[in-house]
Design a binder for this molecule. Structure first.
Ligand code: NAD
Length: 256
């Protein structure tokens, strides 16, 4: 049984589709939750407080070292220490900006690296000193970081970086009893990509890659994240776990 009573976890990108599902899962298991996002986090924190969860809202930009340090100092003031960190905040280009490398926007390249990679580095650096009796970090990559797709070069490179950063951190932090693992989600049904998946052909093309024949629900990503953070995964560190309905298991779209 997973139990997070008297444990505190911080989740970045906490009001997004996957982030809010992760936060709700932790809250349901009794964790104190630091809800961190660029966007307004008060609403989700208030909702969870009404349900009896010890939740608190923190607003900061994970690309800014200064803001991250201030944010985690506030978390320390509120909760004292951290047992878990989920580096979930991440961005990608939308369908209109998906271009081959020659045409790929310099601005989007920098933006994606600063959120997905540098943001993960910044938050981990600030959280580690708050885990002085051991802890668990879960980084969120993507299957695009494992098997790249065309026209998303920045996301593919940054998320591959997140997966390998996970392993580097796992090696360094094992002596401090801090485990570091990574979840690589497949395609998750969500509002931002909703327009794209309204296109019947696009959806058909997508589903052809997924042995389970459907997109994930955000909560189906949250479950494995919470498991990796929990004591049930006490001997796991440095793992990169695809949660993708079988997408990366093999060449499923080919029937020859
Ligand atoms: N949705 C998918 O299909 C999918 C697939 C693979 C991987 N992922 C990854 O899962 C994670 C969550 O994705 P999602 O689908 O929930 O996205 P989302 O857009 O719903 O949520 C992302 C959250 O991150 C926050 N954020 C963005 N930039 C930030 C910054 N600079 N500082 C602080 N917060 C910031 C946003 O405000 C937002 O609330 C991301 O890392 C994403 O790359 C998603």
């Amino acid at each position: 049984m997973m139990d997070f009573k008297n444990k505190t976890v911080a989740v970045t990108g906490a009001v997004g589709s996957i982030g809010s599902a992760i936060v709700r899962r932790f809250a349901s298991l009794g964790a104190n939750v630091a809800i961190c996002d660029l966007r307004n986090t008060e609403g989700l924190a208030d909702e969870l407080k009404k349900e009896g969860c010890n939740a608190a809202a923190f607003n900061f930009d994970i690309t800014s070292r200064e803001d991250v340090e201030k944010g985690f100092a506030e978390i320390a003031k509120t909760f004292g220490r951290l047992d878990g960190l989920v580096n979930n905040a991440g961005i990608n280009v939308g369908p209109d900006e998906r271009k081959t490398i020659e045409a790929f926007s310099d601005i989007w390249w920098d933006r994606i690296f600063s959120v997905d990679m540098t943001g993960t580095f910044n938050c981990s650096k600030a959280a580690i000193p708050l885990m002085n009796k051991g802890g668990s970090i879960v980084n969120i990559s993507s299957i695009v970081g494992l098997v790249p797709m065309r026209n998303q070069c920045a996301f593919a490179a940054a998320k591959a970086g997140v997966a390998n950063l996970t392993k580097a951190m796992a090696l360094e932090l094992a002596p401090k009893e801090i485990r570091v693992n990574c979840i690589a989600p497949g395609s998750v049904g969500m509002e931002l990509t909703y327009k794209l998946w309204q296109d019947e052909n696009a959806m058909k093309g997508l589903l052809a890659h997924i042995p389970m024949g459907r997109q994930a629900k955000a909560d189906e990503i949250a479950g494995p994240v919470v498991f990796l953070c929990s004591d049930m995964a006490s001997y796991m560190t440095g793992a990169v776990v695809p949660v993708d309905g079988g997408w990366t298991a093999g060449g499923y779209a080919r029937n020859f």
